[in-house]
Ligand binder design. Structure first.
Ligand code: SF4
Length: 536
């Protein structure tokens, strides 16, 4: 059977009318990955429910019947390193990779999703237009505006679309540099009709999203996902999931979560609760009570990571009854000082108490998630992390403890966007590995080298487009980045500039012209608060 025939759709696709707009909507990875993305599912369903468009899906391994002459080709971009697959897809469709090389015979290439909303600049030369922010209202506004200029030439189309809030047309902005390999000097629209800044769109409603399709071929077999909250009110200073998507919104239990869950569980018994901070939902307890009903006895529940101080015995009891065997809690560090710097409102006592509750409630395993290289951290703080995990182990004998650890990567639109990666991070990961290994605590570090590449893309500007094309040519390995930097020496800034340097707060940022809900002055204030905490 065809993989698409194995899908249970939770919406009614429209029958496209005769003059409908042919669109390809792609996910730059395999079907299994793409169909597990709630964002991809939503945009696809929104398009498929319109009779004025005719949408076909495309993944790297499989696709529906594609139109001969698509007018629009969209990408849902949620993992930076998938850019290589975007290049591959464009080439396979015989579409030039760079926007400037396309003409009226080519579709408009649009993109959206977390990577592009955070910092589209390294990819700006490859997209004709970028949708910044939540798609709920933006996507219909885009299609409606496109229809108004559907028969116009490419330039007219782009100029018209640039007037829609949240639509960013990179080619209509000129970036100048102090020198070829120096800082950005200015970013300005190429004429007065183009807005000087583009504002990320925020969907404000208490009806949040839920899966539009359930399939056994998704990464989590047959999972039905509901979005419990959007954003996170905690505002840890490095956190993109919080800062980029503010304000914090929660789905109404009565009008959003329960109706969605009742519908989805007709097709599956596997439920995923999504959101950066689901236990912050004001009615989370009631949601648990609802899921604790006898009729959901067979339910298999998966949760995104939860806030440490919400891990109560009741929560864990219900989770274990619903086949959830392990929980992830983000602690960042065992050092109170470091947690204060990042604004993580948590104590070691609370971490130990949560772990005891996890064990008492019947969980078999607990995963902590931490980070090294946070600004202000030193070697003593790493020792404090080890000490904290040892204390947890002592308090919870028999509970399987895992410590997952990443390297601090600066993210755009957060107060820590100006900090570089700490070069000591790799050594600190190795040290943790050695010490925790000796105590038989499972340690799962994320690759330091790939964190460096993430930081590069996270703080990159348009000049990186040349580098990305070269890295692909050189084999898309870690070594190919090095080789490409060598090749472009003097033509673009060195790796150190993007990744390791601490930037000045008055420096022009690559995303300076793209705005979120918080002004840069607030981010600077939060950055200063962290510094003040460091002094205390
Ligand atoms: S609690 Fe987690 S999701 Fe919330 S701001 Fe902190 S790191 Fe981000």
């Amino acid at each position: 059977m065809n993989i698409f025939q194995e899908e249970h759709l939770l919406f009614n696709p429209a029958t496209p009318e005769s003059n409908s707009i042919p669109i390809i909507f792609a996910f730059p990875n395999e079907y299994t990955v793409g169909i597990t993305s709630l964002g991809y599912q939503l945009v696809w369903a929104t398009l498929a429910m319109r009779k004025d468009v005719n949408v076909s899906r495309l993944f790297t391994d499989i696709n529906e019947n594609l139109p001969q002459n698509p007018e629009l080709l969209g990408f849902s971009f949620s993992w930076e390193l998938d850019y290589v697959n975007i290049f591959n897809i464009l080439e396979s469709l015989k579409i030039p990779i760079r926007s400037k090389d396309r003409n009226h015979n080519h579709p408009l290439i649009f993109g959206g999703g977390p990577v592009l909303t955070a910092n589209p600049e390294p990819f700006a030369d490859f997209f004709d237009l970028i949708l910044l922010g939540d798609g709920e209202n933006l996507l219909p506004a885009f299609i409606d505006a496109y229809k108004e200029v559907r028969n116009a030439d490419r330039e007219t189309k782009l100029n018209h679309l640039a007037t829609i809030e949240g639509i960013y047309i990179p080619s209509l902005y000129e970036v100048t540099y102090k020198s070829l390999d120096g800082e950005i000097n200015s970013i300005n629209p190429i004429n007065n009709n183009i807005p000087a800044t583009v504002k990320k769109q925020t969907y404000k409603s208490n009806i949040l999203s839920a899966s539009t399709v359930v399939t056994k071929n998704s990464a989590w077999e047959n999972i039905f996902m509901v979005e419990v909250v959007r954003s996170c009110p905690e505002m840890c200073r490095f956190c993109l999931a919080s800062y980029l998507t503010l304000p914090f919104r929660s789905a109404s239990l009565e009008h959003s979560l329960i109706p969605a869950i009742e519908k989805g569980l007709q097709y599956t018994n596997r439920l995923g609760l999504l959101g950066a901070s689901i236990t912050q939902h004001p009615e989370f307890d009631q949601l648990l009570d609802y899921l604790n009903q006898e009729k959901y006895e067979d339910l298999r529940l998966s949760l995104a990571s939860v806030r440490t101080n919400t891990v109560t015995e009741k929560l864990v009891n219900i989770l274990t009854k619903r086949d959830c065997k392990s929980l992830t809690i983000a602690v960042e560090s065992g050092s109170e000082k470091v947690r204060k710097i990042v604004n993580k409102k948590l104590t070691n006592e609370e971490i130990i108490e949560a772990s005891i509750n996890a064990k008492k409630g019947g969980l078999k395993g607990l995963k902590f998630y931490g980070m090294v290289g946070i600004p202000g951290e030193n070697n003593e703080d790493i020792d404090l992390t080890i000490k904290m995990i040892e204390a947890v182990k002592k308090a919870t004998p028999g509970l399987r403890l895992t410590f997952g650890c990443s390297t601090f990567v600066p993210k755009s639109h957060t107060p820590f966007q100006w900090f570089g990666v700490n070069k000591e991070s790799q050594k600190r990961l190795q040290y943790l590995q050695k010490k925790l290994g000796a105590k038989k605590i499972e340690f799962r570090p994320e690759s330091y080298n790939w964190s460096v590449i993430q930081a590069l893309l996270s703080r990159g500007d348009r000049r990186l487009s040349q580098l990305l094309e070269l890295t692909r040519e050189y084999g898309d390995t870690l070594g190919s980045y090095k080789r490409a930097f060598k090749e472009l020496k003097g033509k673009i800034p060195p790796l150190d500039f993007y990744v390791y340097e601490t930037w000045k707060t008055d420096q022009v940022l690559p995303w300076q012209h793209l705005q979120t809900n918080l002004p840069v002055t607030t981010l600077i204030k939060h950055l200063e608060d962290s510094f003040n905490n460091l002094k205390n």
